[in-house]
Design a protein around this ligand. Structure first.
Ligand SMILES: Cc1cc2nc3c(=O)[nH]c(=O)nc-3n(C[C@H](O)[C@H](O)[C@H](O)COP(=O)(O)OP(=O)(O)OC[C@H]3O[C@@H](n4cnc5c(N)ncnc54)[C@H](O)[C@@H]3O)c2cc1C
Length: 492
């Protein structure tokens, strides 16, 4: 589907922001989607993918409605129309605070903490805008392609995801020495474009409009040219040569027992490109390992912020759930309980401090964007990911063993059980058995569900594994002031 053409036909002149309905229409395009042992031509035909696509649609609608998301839209004078503020690059410090506020509004509006809805994947394109002079120097048409797609993102409001991770194979060998298709590569050049073969893992591919596909390879074995060094914009998920093989969804539950998971699950897929054509105008780099390394090195420059806003929101949610669980039975009066709650508060405040600190001590980037302080963001991302499991465990300890032992709503509210539930679960007027069951359901979803484990995995890997995150900290850090202090005190 050509999003641009359709939007011109549908969207009124004064806005280029899509409605939820337009987005849902755009993904009914005849894909090869495999999930739960069945094949579908549209995510909307599978009940679980349908829930998530509808959550995404709800976000599209919410962003356009100032009653729901106050700062969701911004007028783009060049376009002469309103565009999504989540997609626009940050030109001033305030833009970052606006993005934070928008996300907080969105989370409340959709009653979920979606982590991959586009605002955190599009910034990889802003990073390339910073690198345009270098990219233009290596290949002017690639730089032009990046600029054109950047404008397409702003003006046509696609749902954009990210495809970096390949199945990879043996990590110790160079790409060329591995089993050929384990890393995505170019198998042929044609006048129309590149023919690519291989697979990528992508969150949201079954119901997204486009993906920025690129390699994660760090070691090119000193080569300058490689068919594996390819990055492109993929916007034809309905291509006959593409298959989308999804993991099982964790959302097959009743919302009364799993209020978060049942609402929507952002399903990952392995997207298989089986000799698919990438038109030249969608290629961002190719056959240039220097360029591939350059793009990869700055990939998370801005998207780290969005990643950390989710961790901040998670920190708030864990603290909130622990507090309510303790407060309902006066546990908050116990000093030892307060100490543990203090640890949760500290995590949340650490997230906030990193976000604000990185904004305030940021600088103007080569493209003129307000770039959050990079060493600070890298360190914050690592510390928040690294400590997430501790926060979950403290919350688990504070909430006690009752939530995982409690009957699901079907049993809890059965005719014969209802009085038992009322007797043993009512604590006070404010905390009757019905209200407590709702809190227990959310608690279990955050601590004891498949989805809670999955979320931990997401924050460990989705922005590259811990070793790569630590490597980024080292590479972005200037040791000058640290070593100067050590030298002066050592008198050397
Ligand atoms: C929930 C979830 C969602 C995801 N969504 C996306 C997405 O939308 N798009 C996308 O592109 N990817 C996505 N990913 C994939 C993610 O990018 C990869 O999992 C990540 O890059 C790590 O790659 P890998 O799994 O192949 O691990 P590997 O590279 O095999 O690393 C696994 C472990 O091996 C060890 N190791 C490997 N190499 C080294 C090394 N050089 N030095 C030290 N230790 C090493 C480390 O312990 C490392 O943690 C997602 C992953 C998850 C879990």
């Amino acid at each position: 589907m050509n999003i641009q053409r359709d939007l011109k036909a549908i969207v009124p002149d004064e806005t280029r922001m899509r409605s939820g309905e337009q987005y849902l229409d755009s993904i009914c395009d005849g894909r090869n989607i495999f999930i739960h042992g069945k094949k579908y031509d549209s995510a909307l035909r599978n009940p679980e993918l349908n829930k998530t696509a509808n959550l995404r649609a709800q976000i599209y609608d919410a962003l356009k409605d100032p009653g729901r998301v106050k700062k969701g839209a911004i007028f783009d004078a060049e376009a002469g129309a309103w565009v999504s503020r989540l997609h626009t690059p940050p030109l001033r410090k305030e833009d970052w605070y606006d993005k934070l506020e928008i996300l907080e509004d969105v989370f409340l509006d959709v009653r979920h903490l979606p982590s991959r809805v586009g605002d955190e994947t599009i910034p990889a394109v802003w990073s390339m805008m910073d690198g345009l002079p270098f990219i233009r120097d290596r290949n002017p048409s690639f730089a032009n392609n990046i600029e054109r797609h950047m404008q397409n993102i702003l003006w046509n409001d696609p749902y954009h995801v990210s495809g970096n991770a390949d199945p990879k194979g043996n990590r110790s060998s160079n790409p060329e020495d591995r089993e050929a298709d384990l890393l995505l590569r170019v198998v042929k050049e044609t006048d129309a474009g590149l023919i690519v073969r291989g697979a990528k893992y992508e969150t949201g591919a079954a119901y997204a409009n486009q993906a920025f596909v690129k390699p994660t390879v760090a070691n090119w074995g000193g080569q300058e040219l490689s068919p594996y060094a390819v990055g492109f914009l993929w916007n034809r998920f309905n291509d006959a040569n593409v298959k989308i093989v999804c993991r099982d969804a964790y959302s097959r539950h009743d919302a009364a027992d799993r209020p978060l998971s049942a609402r929507a699950d952002e399903v990952e897929s392995m997207v298989i490109f089986d000799d698919a054509l990438v038109p030249w105008e969608d290629v961002f780099f190719y056959n240039d390992t220097k360029l591939a390394n350059f793009v990869r090195g700055s990939l998370h420059r801005y998207s780290m912020f969005m990643f950390m806003t989710r961790l901040y929101a998670l920190g708030k949610l864990y603290a909130g759930v622990a507090f309510l669980n303790c407060d309902q039975n006066s546990g908050t009066k116990i000093p030892q309980v307060r100490e543990k709650l203090a640890e949760l508060i500290s995590y949340k405040e650490m997230a906030h401090a990193f976000i604000v600190g990185a904004i305030e001590t940021g600088s103007v980037s080569p493209a003129g964007y307000w770039m959050p302080n990079q060493p600070m963001m890298y360190s914050g991302r690592y510390l928040l990911c690294e400590n997430l499991h501790k926060i979950i465990h403290i919350t688990r300890e504070l909430c006690g063993g009752q939530p995982p032992l409690t009957a699901g709503h079907e049993t809890f509210f059965m005719e014969e059980v209802r009085d038992i539930s009322r007797k043993y679960y009512s604590l006070s007027d404010g905390w009757d058995h019905e209200r407590r069951h709702k809190l227990i359901s959310l608690t279990n979803d955050l601590l004891n569900s498949e989805y809670s484990n999955y979320r931990l995995n997401f924050y460990m890997f989705a922005h590259s594994p811990p070793f790569a995150q630590k490597n980024a900290i080292f590479n972005s850090h200037d040791f000058a002031s640290c070593s100067q202090l050590a030298r002066v005190l050592a008198d050397i």
